[in-house]
Design a protein around this ligand. Structure first.
Ligand SMILES: [Mg+2]
Length: 224
């Protein structure tokens, strides 16, 4: 199974809002996560020791759906039903309907606060193996709730939390460079080429981080 196979699977999703910029811009980073980084078990999606992934910008789920199908979380045939009436694979992912989806998302700005809660929950349970990775969009960081999470996570020393920012330069508010902005709140920030699998892999290696890590995956404006 390669990323090209995943691109092929994405074409099975033919409903509205299926594999446009919002989804395709996440593909390389998601593939690296699921192929090289995250510890998951498709045969036991709720295994307690798993790593948790949250797609905060839930309006672009098709790349994630295709990867979950490729990895065996659910049958590939489901992809052909996406965005259609009665489907499990809606235009926003639903954790009650889709194995491997950890959080129902689509209302922007909520994924990071939920991921902070998940990371705290793991700590409260004494589970120091699993990590939480949340994907946010650059325009999504215009949402105020994101910044509550941005402030709180370093304060709590959540080294088990990684925020992946897919920066395709779509933010409508000029907030300065994310590297400087997030760094000023105490995040360990890594800036990488959002299409470079080697750079992404290295950036996701956080070791025993004492603070949360932010991986800024740069996608040049106009590219997907
Ligand atoms: Mg964006």
């Amino acid at each position: 199974m390669t990323i090209e196979d995943v691109r092929e699977l994405m074409t099975l999703a033919t409903g509205d809002e299926k594999h446009d910029e919002s989804s395709t811009s996440t593909l390389d980073a998601l593939w690296v996560l699921y192929d090289r980084v995250l510890r998951t078990d498709p045969s036991d999606p709720l295994w307690e020791g798993r790593d948790r992934f949250v797609l905060s910008k839930g309006h672009g789920p098709v790349a994630l759906y295709a990867i979950l199908a490729a990895k065996g979380f659910f049958p590939r045939e489901w992809l052909g039903t996406s965005m259609r009436p009665g489907t499990r694979l809606g235009s926003h992912p639903d954790r009650r309907l889709v194995p491997g989806i950890e959080a129902s998302t689509g209302s922007l700005g909520h994924g990071l606060p939920m991921a902070v809660g998940m990371a705290l929950g793991l700590r409260a349970k004494g589970l120091d193996g699993p990590r939480v990775v949340v994907l946010v969009g650059d325009a999504e960081l215009n949402e105020g709730t994101s910044w509550e999470g941005v402030m709180l996570a370093p304060h709590l020393g959540l080294g088990n939390l990684t925020m992946l920012v897919i920066d395709n330069h779509s933010s409508s508010i000029e907030m300065g460079h994310w590297r400087d902005r997030l760094g000023s709140f105490g995040w360990n920030v890594r800036l990488v080429d959002g299409h470079d699998h080697g750079q992404l892999t290295a950036a996701f290696d956080v070791g025993d981080a004492a603070v949360p890590v932010a991986v800024i995956a740069d996608i040049p404006a106009g590219e997907w």
